[in-house]
Design a protein around this ligand. Structure first.
Ligand SMILES: NC(=O)c1ccc[n+]([C@@H]2O[C@H](COP(=O)([O-])OP(=O)(O)OC[C@H]3O[C@@H](n4cnc5c(N)ncnc54)[C@H](OP(=O)(O)O)[C@@H]3O)[C@@H](O)[C@H]2O)c1
Length: 219
């Protein structure tokens, strides 16, 4: 049984990860701003009122977790604000950067003492953060925030390697959640793939950027 913390788990992919990990017997700590009825019904430990882009709430999260070892830390919380070249809202761009790029760094830094040799640090990124895979453009703010988090995650890989903590950067696929207006594969299928990737991660493969289906993505 592993102790797994998941951010942004009140809906979407995070909720499915929590559901499936709890069902297989893991000890899941759900972190969110406000718990949904579905999340409250899971019967897992919840830490609410945590905005990953807010310094004070992440400090509060770290205090609540003092002395608890996390086997897996899943940085899942994220936002997508659609933009169009010509009418880009730069505040929206900055908000995405604060949540999608700085959020995982802020949480991982605050919880660094909760990770031990053998722990796994997961960043739910997106293949749209890949420069090599950018064949269509658009989504300036979202793409750039995910490219930034990929760089941050690579730094985290170097940071944590001496301690034996492995890092994975994962793309869940196009998943039918609120973020995508319900387009794509089911969150259930996406979560199954992500859990497989988390299980397969080792210190030898630390730092990889994988699709939930198991293949590596270009940077
Ligand atoms: N769906 C896809 O096709 C897809 C593809 C590639 C990558 N991803 C990534 O997968 C992750 C999960 O996405 P999803 O599809 O499940 O989206 P979602 O259904 O919109 O859920 C997003 C989650 O993130 C939380 N969140 C947003 N901003 C937050 C903040 N500042 N502090 C704390 N929590 C915050 C939301 O909480 P609230 O309810 O409080 O807003 C919600 O729980 C994201 O990182 C996303 O970028 C998704």
């Amino acid at each position: 049984m592993a102790t797994v913390l998941i951010t942004g788990c009140n809906r979407g992919i995070g909720l499915q990860l929590a559901t499936q990990l709890k069902a297989r017997g893991d000890d899941v700590i759900g972190v969110c701003r406000n718990a949904s009825d579905e999340l409250s019904g899971l019967g897992i430990q919840l830490i609410t009122g945590v905005d990953v882009s807010d310094a004070d709430s992440v400090v509060k999260l770290a205090r609540e977790l003092e002395g608890i070892t996390l086997d897996v830390l899943v940085n899942n919380a994220g936002i997508l604000r659609r933009d169009q070249f010509g009418t880009i809202d730069y505040d929206d761009m900055l908000e995405q950067y604060r949540v999608n790029a700085l959020g995982p760094l802020r949480v991982s830094e605050a919880l660094r003492n909760n990770l031990r040799s053998g722990s796994k640090l997961i960043i739910i990124s997106s293949r749209v953060g890949s420069i090599g895979d950018n064949g269509s453009g658009g989504y300036y703010g979202y793409r750039a925030s995910k490219t930034a988090v990929n760089q941050i995650a690579t730094n985290l890989m170097h940071e944590f390697k001496p301690q034996g903590v492995a890092v994975a950067i994962l793309h869940p696929g196009l998943v039918a959640t609120e973020m995508t207006n319900r387009q794509g594969i089911s969150p259930e299928t996406a979560a199954e793939g992500l859990i497989q990737r988390i299980d397969d991660l080792s210190i030898e493969t630390s730092g990889g950027f994988w699709h939930a289906e198991g293949y590596e993505l270009p940077w």
